[in-house]
Design a protein around this ligand. Structure first.
Ligand code: AMP
Length: 396
């Protein structure tokens, strides 16, 4: 893997694709700067070598060109504070404004370009737009794992203009190493924990994991499609009627391949989708009409905790229940605790996909697991397909 550690950036103008797609409040304050902090090591490596840095990113989903609320200028002051250095800003990511700002850049200086998605060409992967961006720097670094599954101008197409001067930043190389650790050199037993709302989002990934994992633990809304497919009564729980057969096929394939699939045995059910709803814990196959399962129950928690405790490699994607509501968070919390305990005993644990990351952060366990992925969709696509456009573009 070609990373920034393989190069000395003295005298280079490193064009770094970062992921500064951070949440902003109504006054444009950054409410979570995790992604900015994640990019600092790569930026600092280039600066320390004596190079200069040109940062490019997207922010939000602007539809019709430039818009105040999606401007990356809102990030400048905070970035400058984190780096303890001035950060220059180019109010356009291409054209004379960007060119002049880049030409003026001296070693040790930093320039942030305006939102790439103010141009439709970015998401279209336009070659000419990518070429214009490429002319701003002498070396290309991709450090935006969160968009590595997109073949956009700045994430993939641009790499062709740097045939010998391109590499991964630390965010990218860390993500790639951790997912490879799970998929290609997992110490056994390998347990994949899958949750979240829908089976349909997770079919491809389940099909891949059946070839790799020893145990697959299922929770969240998607579990009810499996329960119903096996003849259970699930009341008004979330279900995808058109995926009942898929669920049965997944179970069948798993059996053929000797993979243990765990479906919840009990559930915390509610009479409506609310934290204040009436609730009870019952057999997951016998949920009365009018009730819906919103969490796994204590018997399931115990079974899952045991499987996790005996695992050497753990991948977790998706909550076990509606963990955003305190009444239905216990199952997700107990799985998180089991992962932390297994990690302490030496297991490698990778947490990925938006909501399991949110859960790990909610319980303040981010430092107690092996790796928390920053790229939800990108991680899932990497597991599904074994590669990503942003990775291939560097490796080509
Ligand atoms: P996903 O984005 O597919 O990982 O789904 C995460 C969402 O699934 C979270 O917002 C959870 O609240 C929701 N969820 C988890 N379990 C259930 C459930 N039993 N019923 C409805 N929603 C659920």
């Amino acid at each position: 893997m070609k990373t920034v550690d393989n190069y000395n950036f003295a005298g280079q103008k490193a064009l770094i694709r970062v992921d500064f797609n951070v949440p902003l409040d109504a006054q444009y304050n950054i409410t979570d700067d995790t992604r900015i902090r994640a990019a600092l090591p790569t930026i600092n490596k280039v600066l320390k070598d004596g190079g200069s840095v040109i940062l490019m990113s997207h922010l939000g989903r602007p539809k019709e060109g430039p818009a105040e609320k999606f401007s990356l200028k809102h990030v400048v002051n905070h970035l400058s504070k984190l780096l303890n250095r001035p950060v220059a800003f180019a109010s356009d990511c291409i054209g004379d404004v960007a060119k002049n700002a880049s030409s003026a850049l001296k070693p040790g200086e930093i320039l942030l370009l305006e939102n790439l998605r103010f141009y439709k060409q970015e998401e279209k992967g336009d070659v000419d737009f990518a070429k214009q961006l490429s002319e701003l720097g002498t070396f290309y670094i991709n450090d935006a794992f969160g968009t590595a599954h997109r073949a956009h101008a700045s994430t993939a197409v641009i790499a062709q203009f740097f045939p010998n001067n391109k590499c991964f930043g630390y965010v990218m190389s860390g993500e790639i190493a951790s997912v490879n650790n799970v998929l290609n050199s997992a110490e056994k037993p390998f347990t994949a924990i899958m949750g979240g709302a829908k089976v349909s989002d997770k079919i491809l990934i389940l099909e891949q994991l059946i070839n790799k994992a020893d145990n697959i633990i299922i929770g969240g809304g998607m579990a009810f499609t499996f329960v119903k497919a096996q003849g259970g009564q699930i009341g008004k729980s979330l279900v995808e009627e058109d995926k009942l057969e898929t669920a049965l096929n997944i179970l069948k394939t798993a059996k053929e391949k000797g993979v243990n699939i765990y479906i919840p045995v009990d559930s915390v059910v509610a009479d409506n989708f609310s934290n204040e709803a009436n609730k009870q814990t019952i057999d997951i196959k016998a949920i009365p009409d009018g009730w819906m399962g919103l969490d796994i129950g204590p018997k399931t928690e115990k079974i899952y905790a045991e499987v996790i405790a005996n695992s050497k490699t753990i991948l977790w994607n998706g909550p076990m229940g509606v963990f955003e509501m305190s009444s239905f968070e216990q199952g997700t919390k107990s799985v998180a605790e089991a992962i932390v305990a297994a990690t302490k005993k030496g297991a490698f644990s990778l947490i990925g996909g938006g909501d399991s990351v949110a859960a790990i952060n909610k319980y303040k366990f981010a430092n107690d697991v092996s790796y928390v992925s920053t790229g939800g969709g990108a991680l899932l696509e990497y597991i599904e397909s074994g590669s990503l456009p942003g990775i291939e573009a560097i490796e080509k």
